[in-house]
Design a protein around this ligand. Structure first.
Ligand code: NAP
Ligand code: GDD
Length: 346
């Protein structure tokens, strides 16, 4: 008998890779989609169109703000595993819409947990927790499962609630609930409002003559960036253990946003030369002197997470998980994909 998985956030970056992984393991996969005025299924259309998965892949309308809907879906689908990936996931945006972020990214999680507890508490549950919980204070790096939390955005505060309610349902009701504390992971399917994809897409457009330069915020922030395809494998592994637990998934490597910009331009044989500091810092093409990068304070956040660097030792030891794609390979995968979109359009 195939296992049945229910994924919230199936239309997002991670939901799309996780769907592929579970289908490759012969799962029956169900997910919720929100009603959009446009399709909203771009990242999973290739799965919907694939005949091999007809009768294996199902979408249902739903929303994390609607408890009745979640309860009805858990009852109807009767999953073995639930992957709670849906969220208002943009940290910068959470400062603009803090209450909505709390409602979806925080309270949404307990709606799902409560539906599971009431219908079948034996269902295994994965919660998409985040390295944002740590707050990135330099003295805490490298961050592991035992590092104290210090959330620095409405998003991170909402995720803190979700983290603890997941632990609480495990301790209170003996449910199989796990937190994956995931450091940044990227891919060609990353939303274009996250810094890595913003950079690779902009470079593709610059090379095609469709954009002049990239305007960014804090170039000094450091992130531990991995490939999303590697991370969904870790999510699945957490739910295959004998006992539920919480795990950090990370690469153990950190880079500044500035380094990401340099490495990405390097892939198209452009060396960036930096001049100026702070909001006046600018990146020029070393060969032609053309302005390619500048700083726009509108992308600064009211509070920044300065340094994320994860220690994945526990996941490596207990789950046998290891990231496969390097920083350089990740940039190449993303850039190749964005460059391909603009090929021939010059
Ligand atoms: P993403 O691409 O932004 O996807 C978010 C998903 O949540 C989308 O499917 C979105 O649906 C859905 N969603 C948003 N609000 C919803 C609501 N009210 N009801 C139902 N669905 C809703 O995020 P991701 O990068 O795949 O990340 C997946 C999860 O991991 C998120 O919870 C994120 O916070 C967390 N996380 C991500 C990272 C990372 O580096 N990527 C690291 C740590 C943790 P629409 O398509 O309809 O908008
Ligand atoms: N988005 C964005 N846009 N970020 C910028 C920009 C810009 O123009 N310029 C500089 N940055 C900096 C941000 O200030 C931040 O320090 C860093 O680049 C990364 O920003 P994002 O790519 O937006 O990701 P994030 O680290 O804030 O959040 C992502 O990772 C978290 C895990 O650590 C999201 O996926 C979260 O959902 C996830 O929990």
């Amino acid at each position: 008998m195939s296992k049945v998985a229910f994924i919230t956030g199936i239309t997002g970056q991670d939901g799309s890779y996780l769907s592929e992984l579970l289908l490759s393991k012969d799962y029956e996969v169900h997910g919720i989609i929100r009603r959009h005025s446009t399709s909203g299924t771009e990242k999973i259309d290739h799965i919907l169109d694939d005949r091999r998965f007809s009768g294996k892949f199902f979408l249902h309308y739903g929303d994390l703000t609607d408890s009745n809907n979640l309860t009805a879906l858990i009852r109807k689908i009767s999953p073995d595993e639930v992957y709670s990936l849906a969220a208002q996931s943009n940290v910068g945006t959470s400062f603009e819409i803090p209450e909505y972020t709390a409602e979806v990214t925080g309270v949404g999680t307990v709606r799902l947990l409560e539906a599971i507890r009431q219908i079948n508490p034996k269902i295994k549950f994965y919660q998409a927790s985040t390295s944002e919980l740590f707050g990135g204070l330099p003295e805490t790096a490298p961050q592991s499962e035992t590092t104290p939390f210090h959330p620095r955005s409405p998003y991170a505060v909402a995720k803190l609630y979700s983290y603890w309610i997941t632990v609480n349902y495990r301790e209170s009701y003996g449910m199989f609930t796990c937190n994956g504390i995931l450091f940044n992971h990227e891919s060609p399917r990353r939303g274009t409002d996250f810094v890595t994809r913003k950079i690779t897409l902009a470079i593709a457009k610059i090379m095609a003559g469709k954009q002049e330069k990239i305007s960014l915020g804090n170039l000094n922030a450091k992130r531990d960036w991995g490939f999303a395809g590697d991370y969904v494998e870790g999510m699945w592994r957490m739910l295959q253990q004998d006992k539920p637990d919480d795990y950090v998934l990370a690469t153990g490597e950190t880079h500044t946003v500035r380094e990401f910009v340099e490495a990405a331009f390097n892939e198209v044989d452009i060396k960036i030369e930096w001049k100026g500091t702070g909001v006046d810092e600018k990146g020029y093409c070393a060969k032609t002197g053309k302005l390619l990068v500048d700083v726009d304070p509108k992308f600064f956040r009211p509070a920044e997470v300065d340094l994320l660097l994860g220690d994945p030792t526990k996941a490596e030891k207990n789950l046998g998980w290891r990231r496969k794609v390097s920083f350089k390979e990740l940039i190449k995968i993303m850039l190749d994909s964005d460059m391909a979109k603009y090929k021939g359009e010059i």
